[in-house]
Design a binder for this molecule. Sequence first.
Ligand SMILES: Nc1nc2[nH]c(I)nc2c(=O)[nH]1
Length: 269
Amino acid sequence: SVSWDNQSDPHAAADAAANRLRELTGAETHDVALVLGSGWVPATDALGAPEHEFPVTELPGFPPPAVAGHAGRIRSYRINDKRALVFLGRTHYYEGRGVAAVAHGVRTAVAAGCKTIILTNGCGGLREGMRPGQPVLISDHINLTATSPIVGANFVDLTDLYSPRLRALCQQVDPTLEEGVYAQFPGPHYETPAEINMARTIGADLVGMSTTLEAIAAREAGAEVLGISLVTNLAAGMTGEPLNHEEVLQAGRDSASRMGSLLAQVLDR
Ligand SMILES: Nc1nc2[nH]c(I)nc2c(=O)[nH]1
């Protein structure tokens, strides 16, 4: 059986999950995958009704939920001639389940046929002028987790990891979209103001606790990657106020409709 700490053979684990997905959806292939981060779930209203929805634990290799009954969910949508695989929730590195568990969703999507992986997240904004509720296209990332989903002498190139083609497409859809460099901290604690100053100094515009490891796994698997961050709070030390998770979620809800129309148009291209 495939245990969730599928470090042993992550690609076999992804194939097993993709085969079960085919059984559950009757779809031989999915074309594009979307991973929804904090605050993004309301954006799926713009995608219409999913054809299938089930807990991720229906597929092998996904860990049991951290909180009972709060398992992540998977939806399969038909969007014109394409099938989209949407993950509501993800495994975060800070759960301590290992990096293979973090990359399992993306690897499963590619094993199911997805050529494009869209990674969304909620994040802190570091750049002057950024405001809660603002979406930002990820132009590049800084992986501060000190780890990789790749094991062994596989020197994967990460140039243009965040697809210039898909970023340009998003900016056609919404010309007001800005771009930024996203830094992943291990978490689960937020950054100190000093760490935010460090992140800004090394070139980060956005800080979060997801996305970079998933993006590396997607590139290793040959998929085209798009990353979109939703600034849900200004990073620590920028406002002098403590960070409050509730404001984070509210900011996401407020901008969900704008995010939904962007995603619906990108998924349909
Ligand atoms: N590391 C980090 N992750 C986050 N996720 C969200 I939502 N806001 C933040 C933040 O300010 N810092």
